[in-house]
Design a protein around this ligand. Structure first.
Ligand code: SF4
Length: 371
């Protein structure tokens, strides 16, 4: 059985063509699946009966099953999805005054082992399929519904949940393509953001394949500290990363990169760190998103003190750089940044060495841009 949520428009058209069906039939089905959230071919009333019967025999519409749906006191919703083999991934909806943002996962676990990250602590399980990535949006749209004006409440998507999106390149790009497709979710490229720890070849490939807004998890102003906090920095150091950001901006829908910076008490929260950060990023049009570290069980770090968070942000703002400090949302349901999957049992059984070897071996083919 072919899961049709695994296809973007071009892939669905090719699948239909292989069965002698015209491209417009694929467009009709795409609209039913993603615009209207249909899961039953019998509901697709503008398709011929024979086609509906054929689809029922050969295809299915299977998003990842929802395990739990919890609401925080501040309106944040955390969805937990079963992705098989004892693995679960999380998706978080964050309502704000003028928009509603869905934070989507792209991998079960993560191989990159950032030392401040709860997901990184779990190790790597596997890449999510396209159906599992887009299925989070499909399911969340169903659960959240529409606002009083009939608009979907999810207006923005950030690939900032569990996993490194660019280490699962092909499936991530297929899901992004569906998010932007007018026959599917119709989001503008500015409203879809990929957050990466800085895998440079894949950033370049993304700028060709599907240039959406870009966020980079920086977290340190120099290589010495970033090697510790974000180990992939040893492979793609900061000077090269800044050059890659500039290249990305040539094709990006926004004229800036968002640098994310988790503030950890006594580690990266000094005024001199803020000044070094300004020097590092001075050539890159950017804004900063300061994220107070969210402690999780077993973490060696503590959240930066609020006076130091304010001072750090002031140094950046006084230099004229737009800086936002993220409100900590969903603390009571462990849905805050860096806490995704904080309470999921690690099923990987991988040693750190095996994880690293896997990462190096598996990532290479992912960097090829799609045709
Ligand atoms: S911060 Fe992102 S890239 Fe680093 S371990 Fe966590 S999920 Fe992976």
């Amino acid at each position: 059985m072919q899961n049709l949520l695994d296809f973007d428009a071009a892939q669905l058209t090719a699948w239909f063509a292989a069965r002698g069906e015209k491209p417009f039939r694929a467009t009709q089905v795409l609209r039913w699946l993603h615009r209207f959230g249909a899961a039953d071919f019998a509901d697709m009333s503008d398709l011929a009966k024979t086609l509906r019967a054929k689809l029922t025999a050969e295809a299915c519409v299977t998003p990842p099953p929802l395990i739990s749906d919890r609401a925080s006191g501040d309106g944040t919703r955390k969805f937990l999805f079963d992705v098989g083999g004892g693995n679960a991934v999380e998706t978080v909806f964050i309502p704000e005054t003028a928009r509603g943002t869905l934070c989507v996962s792209t991998q079960a676990g993560c191989a990159l082992e950032c030392s401040f990250c709860s997901t990184g602590r779990q190790g790597f399980n596997r890449n999510l399929t396209t159906a599992e990535i887009i299925g989070q949006l499909w399911q969340a749209n169903k659960a959240l519904g529409r606002d009083p004006k009939g608009e979907r409440v999810i207006s923005n998507v950030v690939l900032m949940g569990m996993g490194e999106p660019l280490a699962n390149f092909d499936n991530t790009v297929a899901a992004l393509t569906l998010m932007l497709d007018d026959n599917a979710y119709g989001l503008s490229r500015r409203r879809v953001t990929v957050s990466t720890s800085g895998i440079i070849p894949a950033m370049d490939a993304l700028s060709d394949a599907c240039p959406v807004a870009l966020a980079v998890s920086l977290h340190a102003p120099n290589d010495r500290l970033r090697d510790e906090l974000v180990p992939i920095n040893k492979k793609y150091p900061l000077k090269e990363l800044m050059a890659a950001c500039l290249r990305y901006l040539d094709k990006a829908p926004r004229d800036f990169v968002t640098f994310e910076y988790v503030l950890i008490d006594g580690i990266n929260d000094h005024e001199h760190d803020a000044r070094e950060l300004l020097a590092l990023t001075r050539r890159v049009p950017c804004k900063f998103n300061i994220i107070p570290f969210n402690p999780f069980p077993g973490s060696p770090y503590r959240r930066a003190r609020s006076d130091r968070i304010r001072r750090f942000a002031d140094v950046l703002m006084q230099a004229g750089v737009v800086t936002t400090t993220r409100k900590t949302r969903g603390d009571d349901i462990f849905a805050a940044c860096g806490q995704l999957a904080g309470q999921i049992h690690d099923k990987t059984q991988r040693s750190a060495r095996a994880t690293r070897a896997f990462m190096l071996e598996e990532q290479r083919p992912c960097f090829n841009p799609r045709p």
